[in-house]
Design a protein around this ligand. Structure first.
Ligand SMILES: [Zn+2]
Length: 116
């Protein structure tokens, strides 16, 4: 009986510790997701900015935009966005499904996330 209750207490302590660890992991993952999302946004905006600069044809008066370069740059921006977008998503700690990093509640299981 005695040993049983001690073991139970240890189990409880263990589950509390792992819960705290899970919350910490969750917060770290969310911060990482937010960082990646803002980096991705900056990257895409930079590609678009560089594309527009490169696409300006100064040989004509007034300067015109080269539609081929513009199209290629926008395609590249789209490819970068689609490729890296899933890395900005966050795994729900409860159901392990991919959800947007800024979601307050998991759309799949209703798990509530702590505000960071
Ligand atoms: Zn979930």
């Amino acid at each position: 009986m005695m040993t049983g209750s001690v073991k139970e207490r240890d189990d409880n302590r263990e589950s509390v510790t792992s819960l705290i660890q899970a919350v910490k992991d969750e917060n770290a993952l969310r911060k990482e997701g937010i960082q990646r999302a803002s980096m991705l946004l900056i990257m895409v905006l930079m590609i678009i900015a560089i594309t527009v600069i490169l696409a300006i044809d100064f040989s004509t008066s007034p300067p015109t935009l080269n539609p081929m370069i513009l199209l290629m740059g926008l395609a590249l921006a789209l490819i970068v966005y689609v490729t890296f977008r899933q890395r900005t998503q966050y795994l729900c700690g409860a159901c392990r499904k991919r959800i947007p990093y800024d979601a307050a509640v998991c759309p799949y299981c209703g798990h509530r996330f702590l505000k960071t």
